[in-house]
Ligand binder design. Structure first.
Ligand code: AMP
Length: 608
């Protein structure tokens, strides 16, 4: 058999699948209908036509009897499924999904795609692997190899290609929408091997959504006692909660608003990340039990694990990072998109089989942790109360990134705070580099505990935009710091610049007198070099409720598009949704208000 010159890598997932290829020395994830991954869904539309991917997933709520989801769970069994009155084997349905991915790759690459590497969970038995291989053949693919998903993840992180002959032990923690597994992988002499794997085939982000939906329902019923929630209402609620959950990965709070959840009224509530974490903690404890069992089976202690790698969309939850870092004593790696890493690793294996040199996955990541200075109290860690650096963006986070954390004032009527930004991994300011600071004043005269959100936004050029917002008034101030440029600075010029910029800061302020006690307010000179901090026009925070209203309109518009409207109306709606996204991205609140009003009018007429 001659060596194929192109071998694609396919992650055939329970909920989503993706396809990648090594091209021009790099790994490319091939878009399917404009998206990096495709729902693993197959169905028949109302006209009886076969639909695969997003269209099938979209109709799964309205036509569950004509839609097949999660077929992967049946692979390797004798069970069949019904579609349009005919029965099919799981391999046949999986072949349709693989065929769609193959078509997308052929369209993208402009050439036939005939050879593939497909991934399966480490726990798949021989029958399940054979079924996957057969599905590939049915789709017209010669499956050169079936590899384990954790192996693919390890390959994506460069395992086996560094020429390092030392044995390395990697832990792959994979938490997706519906399944979880954790595997211990060893790499020696370029050979990657799964040594132990445990998991739960019915645990994932969907379970988190269900817990949140139950919480949302409880809150709704507290406000609207006696309201009845239909099954479709619960689905809407779950979808809204999933969005809120995703936002909580980057922000400490998320507003959830669903207009007319039932006839009784709207759902309008705010979720705090801490509430969410308490809800899911029991489920995460289960994942840690599995982790412990994998370690014991592989005969490895936590300290012997060299790298921890995250796979699956749900691992973007910061609480999971924190639990793993705590349990294993090292920060998990999360540079590579956890949804796509398995397909990328499969593509790397494919390239090796095609005789191509091993590519490196190039990603823009932050080289340092960025934090702000605040008083931290953590009796458990034995610190007591210290003036420390609270990380907002951690080292190794892919760029661009936008993350925020909540802080609170510790004195009554505290009018201002100093936002002092540090670069470095140390918990104490002395061990880090201070890269900028600004005063945020004019806070409301309220008792201590006034919440201030601090958001860090870092773009691909390393420009860090820091915005502090008083939560209950929306008062905001923004500054921009060039994190990339400070090493190249003329320090004297920088100091002069700085002095000019912070003239105001040097004059005594009312809160300076006892600044040591103010929650976020630290003036102490760390002795570190500070680069100029450019104060820019602060953009006001979005008016209360505007973002939630825009989000809810977007849901209504998407639901309407799914139900079907005249093409000209559909185009109009899509154009308006585009305008709304641009307005949100550029914080153009007046523009957003106009756009949401107009879309609301359009929907009003079309929904009737
Ligand atoms: P996967 O099966 O790997 O595609 O993972 C899908 C799951 O990841 C779903 O439950 C999503 O809600 C969840 N997910 C996706 N993005 C995030 C995020 N940023 N934070 C938390 N969960 C997420």
């Amino acid at each position: 058999m001659s060596t194929p010159d192109l071998v694609v890598g396919i992650d055939l997932g329970t909920t989503n699948s993706s396809i990648a290829v090594v091209k021009d020395g790099g790994v490319t994830v091939i878009p399917v209908e404009g998206q990096p991954s495709m729902p693993s869904a197959v169905g028949l539309d109302p006209a009886g036509r076969l639909v695969i991917g997003r269209a099938a997933k979209n109709q799964s709520v309205s036509a569950p009897e004509n839609t097949l989801l999660s077929i992967k769970r049946l692979m390797g069994t004798d069970q069949t499924v019904l579609l349009g009155g005919k029965s099919y084997r799981p391999e046949e349905i999986s072949a349709l999904i693989l065929g769609e991915l193959k078509r997308a790759a052929e369209a993208h690459l402009g050439r036939p795609v005939t050879h593939a590497v497909i991934t399966v969970p480490a726990f798949f038995n021989e029958r399940q692997r054979q079924a996957t291989q057969d599905a590939g053949s049915l789709a017209g693919l010669e499956v050169l190899r079936i590899i384990n998903e954790p192996t693919a993840a390890a390959l994506a992180y460069g395992a086996g290609s560094s020429g390092n002959l030392e044995r390395e032990t990697l832990l792959v923690f994979d938490l997706g929408g519906g399944t979880f597994d954790v595997s211990l992988v060893s790499v020696e002499n370029g050979v990657v091997e799964v040594r132990a794997s445990h998991g739960d085939t019915h645990l994932g982000g969907d379970d988190f959504d269900l817990l949140l939906a139950a919480e949302g329902e409880k809150r709704f019923l507290e406000k609207h006692p006696g309201a009845t929630l239909l099954a479709t209402t619960r689905l809407r609620l779950k979808a809204a909660m999933e969005l809120a959950k995703i936002q909580l990965s980057d922000a400490p709070y998320s507003a959830v608003r669903e207009e007319y959840l039932t006839e009784a009224g709207h759902l309008d509530t705010e979720l705090a990340r801490s509430d969410y974490e308490s809800l899911i903690e029991p489920l995460l404890e289960k994942t840690l039990d599995c982790l412990q069992r994998s370690l014991s089976d592989a005969g490895v202690t936590a300290a012997q694990v060299d790298k921890v790698m995250l796979v699956g969309g749900a691992t973007r939850t910061p609480f999971i990072h924190a639990l793993l870092a705590d349990r294993l004593g090292k920060e998990p790696r999360h540079e590579i998109n956890p949804d796509l890493i398995v397909a990328m690793g499969a593509a790397i294996q494919g390239a090796a089989l095609a005789g191509q040199p091993a590519p490196a996955i190039l990603i823009d990541i932050t080289a340092h942790t960025y934090s702000i200075q605040a008083i931290m109290t953590d009796e458990n860690k034995g610190w007591g109360t210290v003036l420390g650096c609270v990380p907002i963006v951690r080292r190794g986070t892919p760029l661009p990134v936008r993350k925020s954390e909540s802080f609170s004032t510790i004195k009554d009527n505290q009018k201002g705070i100093d936002v002092t930004v540090f670069q470095g991994e140390d918990i104490l300011p002395e061990g880090n580099l201070e890269i900028g600071k600004f005063k945020f004043d004019g806070l409301a005269a309220v008792p201590s505990g006034n919440s201030v959100l601090v958001e860090f936004q870092i773009d691909l050029n390393g420009l860090l935009k820091v915005t502090a917002t008083e939560k209950h008034t929306g008062l905001a101030k923004t500054a921009v710091i060039d994190t990339a440029g400070h090493h190249r600075l003329n320090l004297d010029a920088a100091r002069t610049n700085l002095a000019a910029l912070f003239d105001e800061a040097d004059s005594p302020q009312p809160w300076d007198k006892d600044s040591d006690d103010d929650g976020l307010d630290f003036d102490a000179d760390s002795g570190a070099t500070t680069v100029p901090l450019q104060l820019v026009d602060s953009k006001p925070a979005a008016p209360a409720g505007l973002l939630a209203a825009a989000k809810s309109l977007r849901h209504r518009a998407e639901a309407l598009l799914e139900r079907g409207v005249a093409e000209s109306d559909a185009q109009d709606i899509r154009a308006r949704l585009g305008e709304i996204s641009s307005a949100v991205q550029s914080s153009d609140w007046p523009g957003l208000t106009t756009q949401t009003d107009q879309l609301s009018d359009v929907l009003f007429y079309l929904e009737d």
